[in-house]
Design a protein around this ligand. Structure first.
Ligand SMILES: Cc1ncc(C[n+]2csc(CCOP(=O)(O)OP(=O)(O)O)c2C)c(N)n1
Ligand SMILES: [Mg+2]
Length: 367
């Protein structure tokens, strides 16, 4: 058995790469033309944000960027399954989920320009700060979901749930294992959403597991489902079901979204050093956006004017992103020392004073 087996018989799919709608005995969804146009719009706009931010890094305006290219359906399908009161814990690639939580694309830029840690309010947006430490957010999310359970927010139609995002590589981290154990034994309302994009930087999924990742859930005692992560409808349907299980007190659930990282790991990475380009060419045929476009056209649910209006909207977002990025003020030199301790700390304050006087010795270093 290989973790990288192509999809496999258990793969949940509702929209084929050719844009054909197929039925599934357990997971189906009624989707209106308007809803599907909305999902298409979300995916096109986040892809544009992603490409624009990638270009801004190439121009030296961002220190680094983490591309989501290819993972739009996994992120929009799951992000749109959430209710406003649910909580989401991202890793560092979840720009599409951020979009669904109402985080502005401009609010992500400071993280990658090195000026802040993200400017949104995690409590208000129900979207935790990005986490770079692999797998760590799984423990944070398990604790949060246990809190929802203890606070009595689980057990009926109005129940709350939590979703946590992590990668295929993260499944090898101890934190993820511990998160599985805690959530399982406390029946925490937690959806573990693993985006298996086939790579952990240069390590393929077969280096993480001998068996398909969704099957790991069984060992912990909760359901695991593999969904076509390039199929926005299937991802939406499966995530809605999983969140509902959690709301009713039957959580947790593991979802493995089978997808592909179409670009580099980050702008600091060169994937041509460790993978062949024919792999990418194969996945291009399974593009998450194209299949929705084909389906919309076939159904006559969208016309040329619709597609052009989305392009115009994407252009406008791109302009806004560029202008915001190049005019972002540099943070004051003392900024890295602030907001570390709520009540101050003498050792840190001494370090700050020393650094500020050193910094003031340089031309332009007075602030
Ligand atoms: C604890 C820890 N170890 C190592 C790293 C370095 N690192 C950054 S991303 C990454 C690979 C993660 O792969 P995966 O979980 O598949 O997520 P993806 O980047 O593919 O979305 C590693 C090892 C880190 N950030 N944190
Ligand atoms: Mg990965």
């Amino acid at each position: 058995m290989r973790a990288t087996d192509e999809g496999g018989a258990d793969l949940v799919q509702l929209l084929t790469p050719e844009g054909e709608r197929v039925q599934h005995p357990d997971f189906d969804i009624d989707i209106s033309a308007e809803e599907l146009r909305g999902l298409y719009r979300d995916m096109v706009l986040v892809r544009r944000v992603d490409r624009e931010a990638n270009a801004l890094q190439r121009k030296g305006q961002l220190g680094i960027w983490v591309p989501l290219l290819g993972q739009e359906a996994a992120q929009i399908g799951s992000g749109r399954a959430l209710r406003p009161e649910d909580m989401a814990f991202p890793s560092y690639r979840e720009h599409g989920v951020a979009w669904c939580r109402g985080v502005l694309p401009t609010e992500l830029l400071g993280i990658f320009r090195g000026t802040d840690h993200g400017t949104w309010d995690p409590v208000e947006r129900r979207f935790h700060p990005y986490t770079i430490v692999i797998g760590n957010q799984v423990l944070n999310a398990a604790g949060y979901a246990m809190g929802q359970k203890f606070d009595g927010k689980v057990g009926d139609d109005d129940g709350e749930a939590t979703i946590v995002y992590f990668g295929d590589g993260a499944t090898s981290q101890g934190d993820v294992h511990e998160g599985f154990v805690w959530a399982a034994v406390y029946d925490a309302p937690l959806v573990f959403f693993c985006q298996n994009n086939q790579w952990a930087i240069s390590e393929p999924t077969e280096r993480q597991s001998r068996l398909p990742l969704y099957q790991r859930a069984r060992g912990y005692g909760f359901p695991g489902i593999r969904v076509d992560g390039n199929d926005v409808l299937a991802t939406l349907a499966v995530t809605r079901w999983a969140l509902e299980q959690c709301r009713q007190g039957n959580g947790p659930v593991l979802i493995e979204a089978f997808t592909y990282r179409m670009d580099a790991h980050t702008t600091s990475d060169d994937p041509s050093r460790y993978r062949l380009s024919d792999e990418l060419e194969l996945w291009k045929l399974k593009d998450p956006i194209e299949r929705v476009k084909v389906h919309l056209v076939k159904q006559q649910w969208a016309d040329q004017e619709f597609f052009e209006s989305i392009e115009r909207e994407a252009d406008a977002i791109a302009v806004e992103l560029r202008e915001f990025c190049v005019t972002m003020p540099d943070p004051p030199a003392g900024r890295i020392f602030s907001e570390v301790y709520a009540g101050g700390n003498p050792a840190l304050e001494a370090q700050r004073d020393e650094f500020l006087s050193y910094h003031a010795g340089f031309a332009g270093g007075e602030h």
